[in-house]
Design a protein around this ligand. Structure first.
Ligand code: JFZ
Length: 460
Protein backbone atom coordinates (compact mmCIF):
# COMPACT_ATOMS: atom_id res chain seq x y z
CA UNK A 1 0.00 0.00 0.00
CA UNK A 2 2.84 2.37 1.00
CA UNK A 3 4.63 1.56 -2.32
CA UNK A 4 1.38 2.37 -4.24
CA UNK A 5 1.06 5.76 -2.48
CA UNK A 6 4.71 6.61 -3.26
CA UNK A 7 4.13 5.51 -6.87
CA UNK A 8 1.01 7.75 -7.18
CA UNK A 9 2.88 10.65 -5.53
CA UNK A 10 5.76 10.21 -8.03
CA UNK A 11 3.26 10.22 -10.96
CA UNK A 12 1.68 13.43 -9.69
CA UNK A 13 5.09 15.02 -9.10
CA UNK A 14 6.26 14.25 -12.62
CA UNK A 15 3.05 15.60 -14.14
CA UNK A 16 3.39 18.82 -12.12
CA UNK A 17 7.04 19.08 -13.18
CA UNK A 18 6.07 18.28 -16.75
CA UNK A 19 3.35 20.95 -16.72
CA UNK A 20 5.80 23.46 -15.21
CA UNK A 21 8.41 22.62 -17.86
CA UNK A 22 5.73 22.71 -20.60
CA UNK A 23 4.39 26.06 -19.42
CA UNK A 24 7.95 27.45 -19.25
CA UNK A 25 8.48 26.19 -22.81
CA UNK A 26 5.22 27.86 -23.85
CA UNK A 27 6.25 31.10 -22.15
CA UNK A 28 9.59 31.02 -23.99
CA UNK A 29 7.83 30.30 -27.29
CA UNK A 30 5.42 33.24 -26.80
CA UNK A 31 8.01 35.64 -25.38
CA UNK A 32 8.50 37.46 -28.69
CA UNK A 33 4.72 37.72 -29.13
CA UNK A 34 4.25 39.32 -25.73
CA UNK A 35 7.14 41.70 -26.43
CA UNK A 36 5.71 42.61 -29.86
CA UNK A 37 2.14 43.64 -28.81
CA UNK A 38 1.27 45.15 -32.22
CA UNK A 39 0.82 43.53 -35.64
CA UNK A 40 -0.60 44.09 -39.13
CA UNK A 41 -3.43 41.91 -40.48
CA UNK A 42 -3.89 41.81 -44.28
CA UNK A 43 -7.05 40.74 -46.11
CA UNK A 44 -6.44 40.72 -49.86
CA UNK A 45 -7.47 38.66 -52.84
CA UNK A 46 -9.92 38.27 -55.71
CA UNK A 47 -12.69 39.68 -53.47
CA UNK A 48 -10.77 43.00 -53.46
CA UNK A 49 -11.64 43.40 -57.16
CA UNK A 50 -15.33 43.76 -56.26
CA UNK A 51 -14.66 46.31 -53.50
CA UNK A 52 -17.99 45.33 -51.93
CA UNK A 53 -20.02 45.94 -55.13
CA UNK A 54 -21.69 43.16 -57.19
CA UNK A 55 -23.52 43.92 -60.44
CA UNK A 56 -23.83 47.57 -59.38
CA UNK A 57 -25.26 46.56 -56.01
CA UNK A 58 -23.45 47.52 -52.84
CA UNK A 59 -23.16 44.44 -50.60
CA UNK A 60 -25.92 44.98 -48.06
CA UNK A 61 -24.05 43.70 -45.05
CA UNK A 62 -20.70 42.72 -43.63
CA UNK A 63 -17.16 42.24 -44.68
CA UNK A 64 -16.30 42.71 -48.37
CA UNK A 65 -14.24 39.49 -48.21
CA UNK A 66 -17.62 37.72 -47.96
CA UNK A 67 -19.04 38.99 -51.30
CA UNK A 68 -18.97 35.53 -52.94
CA UNK A 69 -21.20 34.12 -50.18
CA UNK A 70 -23.35 37.13 -49.35
CA UNK A 71 -24.11 37.89 -53.03
CA UNK A 72 -24.39 34.16 -53.89
CA UNK A 73 -22.13 34.58 -56.89
CA UNK A 74 -21.92 31.39 -59.00
CA UNK A 75 -18.51 29.81 -58.37
CA UNK A 76 -17.62 29.66 -62.09
CA UNK A 77 -18.36 33.41 -62.39
CA UNK A 78 -16.15 34.18 -59.38
CA UNK A 79 -13.33 32.04 -60.80
CA UNK A 80 -13.71 34.00 -64.03
CA UNK A 81 -13.19 37.20 -62.04
CA UNK A 82 -9.76 35.85 -61.10
CA UNK A 83 -8.70 36.61 -64.65
CA UNK A 84 -8.82 40.33 -63.71
CA UNK A 85 -6.53 39.93 -60.66
CA UNK A 86 -3.23 41.53 -61.68
CA UNK A 87 -1.77 43.71 -58.87
CA UNK A 88 0.85 45.63 -60.82
CA UNK A 89 1.58 47.99 -57.92
CA UNK A 90 2.19 45.23 -55.39
CA UNK A 91 5.35 46.18 -53.46
CA UNK A 92 5.86 43.84 -50.47
CA UNK A 93 9.01 45.67 -49.30
CA UNK A 94 6.93 48.85 -49.07
CA UNK A 95 4.13 47.00 -47.22
CA UNK A 96 6.56 45.73 -44.63
CA UNK A 97 8.24 49.11 -44.38
CA UNK A 98 4.89 50.77 -43.67
CA UNK A 99 4.10 48.17 -40.99
CA UNK A 100 7.53 48.63 -39.40
CA UNK A 101 7.33 52.44 -39.46
CA UNK A 102 3.93 52.19 -37.74
CA UNK A 103 5.61 50.30 -34.90
CA UNK A 104 4.21 46.89 -35.86
CA UNK A 105 6.42 43.87 -35.11
CA UNK A 106 4.58 41.14 -37.01
CA UNK A 107 2.48 40.80 -40.18
CA UNK A 108 -0.24 38.19 -40.72
CA UNK A 109 -1.60 37.87 -44.26
CA UNK A 110 -4.61 35.90 -45.43
CA UNK A 111 -2.89 33.13 -47.45
CA UNK A 112 -6.31 31.66 -48.27
CA UNK A 113 -9.56 33.19 -47.08
CA UNK A 114 -13.10 31.75 -47.26
CA UNK A 115 -13.26 32.31 -51.04
CA UNK A 116 -10.67 29.55 -51.39
CA UNK A 117 -8.29 31.67 -53.49
CA UNK A 118 -4.66 30.92 -52.62
CA UNK A 119 -2.27 33.89 -52.75
CA UNK A 120 0.54 31.35 -53.12
CA UNK A 121 1.69 28.66 -55.53
CA UNK A 122 -0.08 25.47 -54.47
CA UNK A 123 -0.13 21.96 -55.96
CA UNK A 124 -3.38 21.22 -54.11
CA UNK A 125 -5.68 23.46 -56.21
CA UNK A 126 -5.69 25.36 -59.50
CA UNK A 127 -7.62 28.19 -57.80
CA UNK A 128 -4.49 30.14 -56.95
CA UNK A 129 -2.63 33.25 -58.07
CA UNK A 130 -0.23 31.26 -60.28
CA UNK A 131 -2.79 29.16 -62.20
CA UNK A 132 -5.90 31.36 -62.16
CA UNK A 133 -4.68 34.95 -62.69
CA UNK A 134 -2.71 36.94 -65.26
CA UNK A 135 -0.33 37.96 -62.44
CA UNK A 136 0.83 34.33 -62.33
CA UNK A 137 3.40 34.69 -59.54
CA UNK A 138 3.42 33.62 -55.88
CA UNK A 139 2.52 36.70 -53.79
CA UNK A 140 3.69 35.31 -50.44
CA UNK A 141 7.27 34.48 -51.40
CA UNK A 142 8.45 38.09 -51.84
CA UNK A 143 6.42 39.16 -48.80
CA UNK A 144 8.06 36.46 -46.68
CA UNK A 145 11.48 37.60 -47.92
CA UNK A 146 10.64 41.23 -47.11
CA UNK A 147 9.52 40.32 -43.58
CA UNK A 148 12.62 38.24 -42.91
CA UNK A 149 14.88 40.96 -44.37
CA UNK A 150 13.30 43.75 -42.31
CA UNK A 151 13.03 41.72 -39.09
CA UNK A 152 9.24 41.60 -39.04
CA UNK A 153 7.72 38.28 -37.88
CA UNK A 154 5.66 36.58 -40.59
CA UNK A 155 2.28 34.94 -40.00
CA UNK A 156 -0.34 33.27 -42.20
CA UNK A 157 -4.12 33.42 -41.79
CA UNK A 158 -5.66 30.24 -43.25
CA UNK A 159 -9.40 29.52 -43.59
CA UNK A 160 -9.14 25.79 -42.89
CA UNK A 161 -12.87 25.04 -42.62
CA UNK A 162 -14.82 27.53 -44.76
CA UNK A 163 -14.03 27.31 -48.48
CA UNK A 164 -16.57 28.40 -51.09
CA UNK A 165 -14.73 27.23 -54.23
CA UNK A 166 -12.71 24.10 -53.44
CA UNK A 167 -15.43 21.42 -53.30
CA UNK A 168 -16.31 20.08 -49.86
CA UNK A 169 -15.42 23.24 -47.94
CA UNK A 170 -17.92 24.54 -45.36
CA UNK A 171 -20.19 27.43 -46.36
CA UNK A 172 -21.50 29.30 -43.24
CA UNK A 173 -25.03 30.11 -44.38
CA UNK A 174 -26.04 33.71 -44.89
CA UNK A 175 -29.39 35.04 -46.18
CA UNK A 176 -29.66 36.51 -49.69
CA UNK A 177 -30.85 39.85 -48.28
CA UNK A 178 -27.38 40.33 -46.78
CA UNK A 179 -26.08 40.57 -50.34
CA UNK A 180 -28.29 42.26 -52.92
CA UNK A 181 -32.04 42.34 -53.69
CA UNK A 182 -31.95 39.19 -55.83
CA UNK A 183 -35.43 38.49 -57.31
CA UNK A 184 -34.86 34.77 -56.58
CA UNK A 185 -34.05 35.37 -52.91
CA UNK A 186 -36.75 33.05 -51.57
CA UNK A 187 -35.66 30.07 -53.67
CA UNK A 188 -32.01 30.74 -52.96
CA UNK A 189 -32.58 30.93 -49.20
CA UNK A 190 -34.55 27.69 -49.42
CA UNK A 191 -31.71 26.09 -51.36
CA UNK A 192 -29.03 27.19 -48.89
CA UNK A 193 -31.22 25.95 -46.05
CA UNK A 194 -31.38 22.51 -47.63
CA UNK A 195 -27.68 22.44 -48.59
CA UNK A 196 -25.90 23.50 -45.41
CA UNK A 197 -25.42 27.06 -46.64
CA UNK A 198 -24.09 26.16 -50.08
CA UNK A 199 -25.63 27.96 -53.08
CA UNK A 200 -23.86 26.23 -55.98
CA UNK A 201 -23.93 22.45 -56.68
CA UNK A 202 -20.23 22.50 -57.61
CA UNK A 203 -19.47 23.23 -53.95
CA UNK A 204 -20.82 19.85 -52.88
CA UNK A 205 -19.02 17.49 -55.25
CA UNK A 206 -16.64 16.40 -52.48
CA UNK A 207 -17.05 15.68 -48.77
CA UNK A 208 -15.60 17.89 -46.06
CA UNK A 209 -13.02 15.24 -45.14
CA UNK A 210 -11.97 14.93 -48.79
CA UNK A 211 -11.57 18.75 -48.91
CA UNK A 212 -9.43 18.62 -45.75
CA UNK A 213 -7.21 15.81 -47.09
CA UNK A 214 -6.95 17.11 -50.68
CA UNK A 215 -6.72 20.87 -50.11
CA UNK A 216 -6.35 22.12 -46.51
CA UNK A 217 -3.69 19.67 -45.25
CA UNK A 218 -1.41 19.91 -48.32
CA UNK A 219 -1.76 23.70 -48.48
CA UNK A 220 -0.92 24.23 -44.79
CA UNK A 221 2.06 21.93 -45.27
CA UNK A 222 3.18 24.09 -48.23
CA UNK A 223 2.77 27.30 -46.17
CA UNK A 224 4.81 25.88 -43.28
CA UNK A 225 7.50 24.48 -45.59
CA UNK A 226 8.08 26.82 -48.54
CA UNK A 227 8.31 30.32 -46.96
CA UNK A 228 11.11 30.06 -44.40
CA UNK A 229 10.34 30.90 -40.79
CA UNK A 230 6.62 31.29 -40.07
CA UNK A 231 5.94 32.70 -36.61
CA UNK A 232 2.12 32.62 -36.47
CA UNK A 233 -0.61 30.40 -37.87
CA UNK A 234 -3.98 32.20 -37.63
CA UNK A 235 -6.77 29.64 -38.19
CA UNK A 236 -10.31 30.77 -38.74
CA UNK A 237 -13.88 29.74 -38.10
CA UNK A 238 -13.59 26.82 -35.72
CA UNK A 239 -17.41 26.73 -35.59
CA UNK A 240 -17.39 25.44 -39.17
CA UNK A 241 -14.65 22.84 -38.57
CA UNK A 242 -16.79 19.75 -38.90
CA UNK A 243 -14.10 17.13 -38.27
CA UNK A 244 -11.96 16.71 -35.13
CA UNK A 245 -9.86 14.18 -37.09
CA UNK A 246 -9.24 16.77 -39.78
CA UNK A 247 -8.33 19.31 -37.11
CA UNK A 248 -5.84 16.87 -35.59
CA UNK A 249 -4.13 16.48 -38.97
CA UNK A 250 -3.81 20.26 -39.29
CA UNK A 251 -2.60 20.69 -35.69
CA UNK A 252 0.08 18.06 -36.36
CA UNK A 253 1.49 20.17 -39.20
CA UNK A 254 2.47 22.92 -36.72
CA UNK A 255 5.42 20.73 -35.82
CA UNK A 256 6.95 21.84 -39.13
CA UNK A 257 7.57 25.21 -37.41
CA UNK A 258 8.58 24.40 -33.80
CA UNK A 259 8.36 27.96 -32.36
CA UNK A 260 5.11 28.85 -34.11
CA UNK A 261 2.25 30.56 -32.24
CA UNK A 262 -1.30 29.50 -33.18
CA UNK A 263 -4.70 30.87 -32.25
CA UNK A 264 -7.91 29.36 -30.85
CA UNK A 265 -9.86 29.14 -34.14
CA UNK A 266 -8.85 25.66 -35.39
CA UNK A 267 -11.36 23.48 -33.52
CA UNK A 268 -12.82 23.23 -30.02
CA UNK A 269 -10.44 20.33 -29.28
CA UNK A 270 -7.39 22.48 -30.05
CA UNK A 271 -7.37 25.70 -27.95
CA UNK A 272 -4.08 26.92 -29.43
CA UNK A 273 -2.07 29.63 -27.70
CA UNK A 274 -4.06 32.81 -28.16
CA UNK A 275 -7.64 34.00 -27.75
CA UNK A 276 -8.95 36.17 -30.61
CA UNK A 277 -11.61 38.76 -29.70
CA UNK A 278 -12.81 40.35 -32.91
CA UNK A 279 -13.59 44.05 -33.35
CA UNK A 280 -13.78 44.56 -29.59
CA UNK A 281 -11.53 45.14 -26.53
CA UNK A 282 -12.45 42.75 -23.70
CA UNK A 283 -12.84 43.88 -20.12
CA UNK A 284 -9.75 43.34 -17.95
CA UNK A 285 -11.16 40.60 -15.76
CA UNK A 286 -12.44 38.63 -18.76
CA UNK A 287 -8.90 38.05 -20.01
CA UNK A 288 -6.72 38.20 -16.89
CA UNK A 289 -3.66 35.93 -17.23
CA UNK A 290 -4.61 34.86 -20.75
CA UNK A 291 -2.80 35.25 -24.08
CA UNK A 292 -5.17 37.30 -26.20
CA UNK A 293 -5.14 39.49 -29.29
CA UNK A 294 -7.84 41.82 -30.52
CA UNK A 295 -8.15 41.90 -34.32
CA UNK A 296 -9.80 45.01 -35.72
CA UNK A 297 -10.58 46.78 -38.98
CA UNK A 298 -9.67 50.42 -39.61
CA UNK A 299 -13.09 50.95 -41.25
CA UNK A 300 -15.96 48.41 -41.20
CA UNK A 301 -14.52 45.79 -43.54
CA UNK A 302 -11.59 43.35 -43.56
CA UNK A 303 -11.47 43.21 -47.36
CA UNK A 304 -11.22 46.38 -49.49
CA UNK A 305 -14.65 48.06 -49.64
CA UNK A 306 -14.47 51.15 -51.81
CA UNK A 307 -17.57 52.86 -50.38
CA UNK A 308 -16.88 52.15 -46.71
CA UNK A 309 -15.58 55.50 -45.46
CA UNK A 310 -16.34 54.73 -41.82
CA UNK A 311 -12.66 55.11 -40.90
CA UNK A 312 -11.67 55.11 -37.21
CA UNK A 313 -9.56 58.15 -36.27
CA UNK A 314 -5.84 57.60 -35.66
CA UNK A 315 -6.54 58.93 -32.14
CA UNK A 316 -8.99 56.09 -31.44
CA UNK A 317 -6.64 53.53 -32.99
CA UNK A 318 -3.72 54.72 -30.81
CA UNK A 319 -5.92 54.75 -27.71
CA UNK A 320 -7.14 51.23 -28.59
CA UNK A 321 -3.53 50.04 -28.68
CA UNK A 322 -2.91 51.57 -25.24
CA UNK A 323 -6.15 50.18 -23.76
CA UNK A 324 -5.31 46.71 -25.10
CA UNK A 325 -1.76 46.83 -23.69
CA UNK A 326 -3.18 48.04 -20.35
CA UNK A 327 -5.24 44.84 -20.28
CA UNK A 328 -2.25 42.69 -21.23
CA UNK A 329 -3.25 41.96 -24.84
CA UNK A 330 -1.97 42.31 -28.41
CA UNK A 331 -3.46 44.42 -31.21
CA UNK A 332 -3.77 43.06 -34.76
CA UNK A 333 -4.80 45.99 -36.94
CA UNK A 334 -6.12 45.27 -40.42
CA UNK A 335 -5.34 46.56 -43.89
CA UNK A 336 -7.56 45.75 -46.90
CA UNK A 337 -5.34 46.54 -49.91
CA UNK A 338 -6.85 47.62 -53.20
CA UNK A 339 -6.81 45.19 -56.16
CA UNK A 340 -3.70 46.88 -57.65
CA UNK A 341 -1.74 46.09 -54.47
CA UNK A 342 -1.64 49.54 -52.91
CA UNK A 343 -3.03 50.45 -49.49
CA UNK A 344 -6.02 52.83 -49.26
CA UNK A 345 -4.65 56.34 -48.54
CA UNK A 346 -6.77 56.50 -45.35
CA UNK A 347 -4.93 53.41 -44.06
CA UNK A 348 -1.51 54.84 -44.94
CA UNK A 349 -2.29 58.10 -43.12
CA UNK A 350 -3.34 56.20 -39.98
CA UNK A 351 -0.26 53.96 -40.04
CA UNK A 352 1.91 57.10 -40.24
CA UNK A 353 0.07 58.80 -37.36
CA UNK A 354 0.39 55.69 -35.19
CA UNK A 355 4.08 55.45 -36.14
CA UNK A 356 4.72 59.03 -35.01
CA UNK A 357 3.21 58.28 -31.62
CA UNK A 358 5.04 54.97 -31.27
CA UNK A 359 8.40 56.62 -32.05
CA UNK A 360 8.04 58.67 -28.84
CA UNK A 361 5.95 56.33 -26.70
CA UNK A 362 6.66 52.79 -27.93
CA UNK A 363 8.35 51.78 -24.64
CA UNK A 364 4.96 52.21 -22.95
CA UNK A 365 3.70 49.35 -25.16
CA UNK A 366 6.47 46.89 -26.12
CA UNK A 367 7.22 44.18 -23.55
CA UNK A 368 4.82 45.66 -21.01
CA UNK A 369 2.30 43.91 -18.82
CA UNK A 370 -1.22 44.99 -18.02
CA UNK A 371 -1.89 47.60 -15.35
CA UNK A 372 -1.47 46.44 -11.70
CA UNK A 373 -3.89 49.20 -10.67
CA UNK A 374 -7.57 49.81 -11.35
CA UNK A 375 -8.81 51.99 -14.21
CA UNK A 376 -8.32 55.76 -14.17
CA UNK A 377 -10.63 58.48 -15.41
CA UNK A 378 -7.78 60.16 -17.28
CA UNK A 379 -6.39 57.16 -19.24
CA UNK A 380 -4.61 53.85 -18.95
CA UNK A 381 -1.53 52.28 -17.33
CA UNK A 382 0.98 49.63 -18.38
CA UNK A 383 3.90 48.30 -16.36
CA UNK A 384 7.35 46.80 -16.65
CA UNK A 385 8.92 45.05 -13.68
CA UNK A 386 12.72 45.24 -13.80
CA UNK A 387 14.49 43.51 -10.89
CA UNK A 388 13.18 45.28 -7.75
CA UNK A 389 11.76 48.31 -9.53
CA UNK A 390 8.48 48.84 -11.32
CA UNK A 391 8.08 51.25 -14.19
CA UNK A 392 4.55 52.47 -14.68
CA UNK A 393 3.60 54.08 -17.98
CA UNK A 394 0.65 56.35 -17.36
CA UNK A 395 -0.97 57.18 -20.73
CA UNK A 396 -3.04 60.32 -20.20
CA UNK A 397 -5.90 60.81 -22.65
CA UNK A 398 -7.63 63.60 -20.69
CA UNK A 399 -5.02 66.05 -19.38
CA UNK A 400 -5.96 67.33 -15.90
CA UNK A 401 -6.96 70.99 -16.00
CA UNK A 402 -5.52 71.59 -12.49
CA UNK A 403 -2.04 70.43 -13.57
CA UNK A 404 -2.15 67.57 -11.08
CA UNK A 405 -2.51 63.89 -12.02
CA UNK A 406 -4.14 61.80 -9.35
CA UNK A 407 -2.96 58.17 -9.11
CA UNK A 408 -5.11 56.62 -6.39
CA UNK A 409 -4.11 53.26 -4.95
CA UNK A 410 -0.44 53.70 -5.75
CA UNK A 411 1.86 53.14 -2.79
CA UNK A 412 5.63 52.77 -2.81
CA UNK A 413 8.57 55.11 -3.02
CA UNK A 414 8.80 57.18 -6.22
CA UNK A 415 12.27 57.09 -7.78
CA UNK A 416 11.54 59.38 -10.73
CA UNK A 417 8.77 60.76 -12.92
CA UNK A 418 9.03 62.23 -16.40
CA UNK A 419 7.07 62.60 -19.65
CA UNK A 420 8.26 60.40 -22.51
CA UNK A 421 9.79 62.51 -25.22
CA UNK A 422 10.88 65.24 -22.76
CA UNK A 423 13.80 65.27 -20.34
CA UNK A 424 12.26 67.45 -17.61
CA UNK A 425 11.55 65.66 -14.29
CA UNK A 426 8.09 65.89 -12.71
CA UNK A 427 7.39 66.56 -9.01
CA UNK A 428 5.36 63.96 -7.08
CA UNK A 429 3.86 63.82 -3.60
CA UNK A 430 2.14 61.10 -1.59
CA UNK A 431 -1.46 61.61 -0.51
CA UNK A 432 -3.77 59.64 1.78
CA UNK A 433 -4.89 57.35 -1.04
CA UNK A 434 -2.01 57.41 -3.46
CA UNK A 435 0.32 59.72 -5.38
CA UNK A 436 -0.15 63.05 -7.17
CA UNK A 437 2.10 64.07 -10.05
CA UNK A 438 2.58 67.74 -10.97
CA UNK A 439 2.13 68.31 -14.71
CA UNK A 440 2.74 71.18 -17.11
CA UNK A 441 -0.40 73.09 -18.13
CA UNK A 442 -0.55 71.78 -21.72
CA UNK A 443 -0.57 68.14 -22.76
CA UNK A 444 2.50 67.40 -24.93
CA UNK A 445 0.30 65.00 -26.98
CA UNK A 446 -3.51 65.41 -26.94
CA UNK A 447 -3.99 61.82 -28.14
CA UNK A 448 -2.02 60.30 -25.25
CA UNK A 449 0.84 61.77 -23.23
CA UNK A 450 2.84 59.15 -21.34
CA UNK A 451 4.32 59.65 -17.89
CA UNK A 452 7.11 57.25 -17.02
CA UNK A 453 6.95 56.68 -13.25
CA UNK A 454 9.70 54.63 -11.61
CA UNK A 455 8.67 53.06 -8.31
CA UNK A 456 10.82 50.95 -6.02
CA UNK A 457 9.56 47.42 -5.47
CA UNK A 458 6.50 45.65 -6.90
CA UNK A 459 2.98 47.15 -7.17
CA UNK A 460 0.52 44.92 -5.35
C1 JFZ B 1 -13.68 35.91 -39.62
C2 JFZ B 1 -13.86 36.06 -41.10
O1 JFZ B 1 -15.12 35.60 -41.45
C3 JFZ B 1 -13.69 37.51 -41.48
O2 JFZ B 1 -13.81 37.63 -42.88
C4 JFZ B 1 -12.32 37.96 -41.03
O3 JFZ B 1 -11.33 37.19 -41.66
C5 JFZ B 1 -12.23 37.80 -39.51
C6 JFZ B 1 -10.85 38.14 -38.98
O4 JFZ B 1 -12.52 36.49 -39.11
O5 JFZ B 1 -14.77 36.47 -38.96
C7 JFZ B 1 -15.47 35.64 -38.16
C8 JFZ B 1 -15.14 34.33 -37.94
C9 JFZ B 1 -15.91 33.57 -37.07
C10 JFZ B 1 -16.97 34.14 -36.50
C11 JFZ B 1 -17.33 35.45 -36.74
C12 JFZ B 1 -16.55 36.20 -37.58
N1 JFZ B 1 -17.77 33.33 -35.64
O6 JFZ B 1 -17.41 32.18 -35.33
O7 JFZ B 1 -18.84 33.81 -35.22
Amino acid sequence: MKKLLIFIWLIQLSSVTLTAQQSQADRDRLAWWHEAKFGMFVHWGVYSLYGGVYNGHRQARGDAAWILNRCKIPVAEYREKGKEFNPGNYDPDKWVRMAKDAGMKYLIIGAKHHDGFALFDTEASDWDVVDATPYGKDLLKPLADACHKQGIKLGFYYSQAVDWTNPGGSAARRLMKEGWPNPDSTQIDQYTLEHDGHWDPVQMTSTFDEYIDRVAVPQVRELLTNYGKVSVLWWDYDAQMKSAKGAAKLQELLKLQPGIVSNNRLHADFPGDTKTPEQSIPERDAVKGQNWETCMTMNGSWGYKEFDKNWKSSESLIRNLVKIAARGGNYLLNIGPKPDGTFPVESIERLQEIGKWMKVNGEAIYGTEGSPLSTFPWGECTQKVIKNKTILYLSVFDWPKNGELDVPGLKGQVISAKILGSSSRLKTRHTEGGIVIGLPAMAPDTVASVIKLKISGRIK
